[in-house]
Structures are given as structure tokens and as C-alpha cells.
Design a protein around this ligand. Structure first.
Ligand SMILES: Nc1ncnc2c1ncn2[C@@H]1O[C@H](COP(=O)(O)OP(=O)(O)OP(=O)(O)O)[C@@H](O)[C@H]1O
Ligand SMILES: [Mg+2]
Length: 350
């Protein structure tokens, strides 16, 4: 490569609210540098439940974003989410990684509600089953081929080259693991709170023990504030962002987060009975709606652990001018998935 420069990659996070692009360049002394980042204007209904409703609108938004933010690299890593992917932990008889490759196909047929020929399969052996040493736990990731294909086509239509297609929640996990040192026994709940969806990912020592997508996010909070204070949508959105004073938004947000707390409690109970992990010891929030006033405090009190909004740039170098006039911590949480994607390398698993 010219002057030994390693190539930069762009993480492209196509969310239902906005599209985020993050260009990272590997540094010679390990680590990465942020080259560019960009967030599109809101997309309004172009993407619903992870499905792209208006392709032209989305490809135009991607091209505009690359142009206006002067992102030169065309090599992108993107993520599919919603109904296109199924992530499931399964038990199998213990096998070598090679033999498992074959066996996973047979097993997947029982666990995936689609024709096995219609899905791309990936898997990771997590380790021996806690209650039966003759068995092992395997994380199965199945993505519908037609959806992955149509997604890659969309990226090509925007003039870019899709290198890897990943999954939102794993990308968020990847971003945080690159920026924090989690202890080997820490059970970390990573919550990527977007506008429509919250990805819950409970991990220990880099292994995802539990993943689930909840229909909850910024839209839920805005709707709750709209009802409570009889406001228009845009007025309620400003209240939820903490931009309008005079409204007691925290109790409204807490009530709207009840479903999230319950889902976490259930996940925790499930992990305990399966003998896999103890209680969650730390909660890390990311995604735009992680910035909603009151969420971190609410979860911290409820679970009696530290809950914080993560900084996915804490170990990534950047020129402060890239954030001119903006508070980094008001932007960085939105870039988490994009950062996790841009950190991927060809040949990476997952
Ligand atoms: N400072 C802030 N305070 C509160 N909420 C915010 C703030 N900034 C952004 N948001 C909210 O975050 C949401 C967007 O977050 P994000 O970009 O992570 O979602 P998305 O990836 O587009 O959506 P999804 O992942 O659900 O498809 C919007 O609902 C927006 O109103
Ligand atoms: Mg998102």
C-alpha cells in the first residue's frame, strides 16, 4: 500500500431516524483515528422496522452525507437489523470448530423459521454448556439472504462498496470493547437506544450472552411526552431532549422505560437460571436516546449498579475541529454503531 498507509473504513449505520457514517483509519502504533463523521438529516419514514421503504431517499441521503462531509473512502461496513436477522444461542454436542461448521446447518434448521437455503449462517462457539459438559453453547446468527442482498445492492446504488454486513448490537459491543476495559467477571448490559428500537446485549468477557431487540426508543418517549403535556410532536421532541424548561420530563421518561427495565430483569433472571452469568454489574448506554434526561439515573437506581452514557471515542484520536461548535458527548453516543462497524476488519468473524 502507498507509503504503508493502512486503508480507512467507513462504518455506515442506517438507522430509522438518521444515517450515520464514521470513517476510521488504523494507526501504525495500533489504535484508530477518526478521519470524518457525519449524521444525515432525519429520514422520516424511509426506514420502518429495519426495512427500507424508500430506496431512492436512502441512497440519496447516503451520497449527500459522503459528499457534504468529504468522506473519500468508498469501502463501507454496514449493519442489518430488525426482522432480517435472528440471533439465537443454541446447545449442541461438543465438536471441533470444523465439525461444528457442518453440524450448525442441521441445528439451524430447527431454530430458524425460514428455509435454511434462504439464510446466510454464521456462528461462534461460546464454550461448554454450564449444566452439561458434553454440550457446548453456540451463538447462531442467521440473516435472510434476500434482505442482506438487497441491502448490499442499496449500498452499491449509493456508489459505495459494501465489504461486510454486520449486526447493530454486535457493532455497539465491538465499539465499547475497543474503548473500555471490562473485567473478566463483569457482566455488562449494553443498551443501544435508538429512535424505534433498543438493542439489548448482555456480555461477559467479550461473549454476548443475551441479545434482544425491543420496540422502544426516542419515539416512545416523544409520544409519552406528547400525551402527558398535550404537545405537538416537535414540541414534545424538544422537551425529551431537555431543550425546553418547565416540563417535568424525567417521570415521563422513567415510566416509558419501564418496559426496558422489565426486559433487563427478565434477561438477568434467565441468565441466572441457565447458570450462565450472575447479575448485571454495569450498564452502558449508547444510541441517540441514551442522552434522554433521566434514563441513566433510572437504570442505575433500579439495578443498583453504575449506568453511564458510553463514550465510544474515548480511545480514538481525533482533531477537535471535527466537532467544532458541538459537544462531543452529545454526538459520540449516536456514532457508537458506526464506530463499531468501522473497527471491523476483513476476515473478522460476526
Ligand atoms: N441530545 C439528545 N437528547 C435526547 N434524545 C436525543 C438527543 N439526540 C438525539 N436524540 C434522539 O435519539 C434518537 C436517534 O438516535 P439514533 O440515531 O441512535 O437512532 P437510529 O439509529 O436512527 O434509530 P434506530 O436504531 O431505532 O433505527 C432520536 O429519537 C432523537 O430524537
Ligand atoms: Mg440505530
Amino acid at each position: 500500500m502507498l507509503f504503508g498507509r493502512k486503508q480507512s473504513l467507513v462504518g455506515l449505520d442506517i438507522g430509522s431516524h438518521t444515517i450515520k457514517a464514521v470513517e476510521l483509519e488504523p494507526q501504525n502504533n495500533r489504535g484508530h483515528r477518526l478521519v470524518h463523521w457525519g449524521i444525515s438529516p432525519p429520514l422520516a419514514e424511509a426506514i420502518v422496522d429495519g426495512e427500507i421503504m424508500d430506496r431512492q431517499l436512502v441512497t440519496d441521503a447516503i451520497s449527500n452525507l459522503f459528499e457534504s462531509r468529504e468522506i473519500k473512502s468508498r469501502q463501507v461496513v454496514a449493519a442489518v437489523s430488525g426482522r432480517a436477522v435472528i440471533v439465537k444461542k443454541i446447545l449442541m454436542n461438543r465438536l471441533s470448530a470444523e465439525d461444528a461448521q457442518q453440524a450448525v446447518y442441521w441445528e439451524a434448521e430447527q431454530h430458524v423459521p425460514y428455509d435454511i437455503n434462504d439464510v446466510s449462517l454464521d456462528f461462534e462457539i461460546l464454550g461448554p454448556a454450564p449444566n452439561d459438559p458434553k454440550q457446548m453453547q453456540v451463538l447462531l446468527v442467521a440473516a435472510k439472504k434476500d434482505m442482506v442482498l438487497s441491502f448490499s445492492d442499496l449500498i452499491r446504488e449509493a456508489g459505495l462498496q459494501p465489504l461486510i454486513v454486520d449486526v447493530d448490537s454486535f457493532a455497539a459491543q465491538n465499539a465499547l470493547e475497543a474503548n473500555y476495559d471490562f473485567g473478566p467477571t463483569e457482566v455488562v448490559a449494553i443498551l443501544n437506544i435508538g429512535s424505534e428500537i433498543t438493542n439489548i446485549d448482555i456480555t461477559r468477557a467479550g461473549v454476548p450472552y443475551f441479545t434482544k431487540d425491543l420496540q422502544l426508543g426516542g419515539n416512545t418517549f416523544v409520544e409519552a411526552a406528547q400525551r402527558k403535556f398535550s404537545l405537538s410532536q416537535s414540541e414534545a421532541a424538544a422537551v425529551v431532549r431537555g431543550e425546553t424548561s418547565g416540563f417535568e420530563v424525567v417521570p415521563v421518561v422513567e415510566q416509558a422505560c419501564e418496559g426496558l427495565a422489565l426486559a433487563l430483569e427478565r434477561a438477568q433472571a434467565y441468565l441466572r437460571t441457565a447458570g450462565e452469568a450472575g447479575s448485571v454489574t454495569r450498564i452502558m448506554l449508547c444510541g441517540g436516546s441514551a442522552l434522554t434526561p433521566g434514563i441513566a439515573d433510572f437504570l442505575s437506581r433500579r439495578f443498583n449498579v453504575t449506568a453511564e452514557v458510553a463514550n465510544p471515542l474515548s480511545r480514538i484520536g481525533y482533531d477537535p475541529a471535527l466537532f467544532a461548535g458541538q459537544e462531543v458527548m452529545k454526538v459520540a453516543p449516536l456514532l457508537t454503531v458506526g464506530i463499531g462497524l468501522a473497527l471491523r476488519r476483513l476476515g473478522d468473524k460476526k
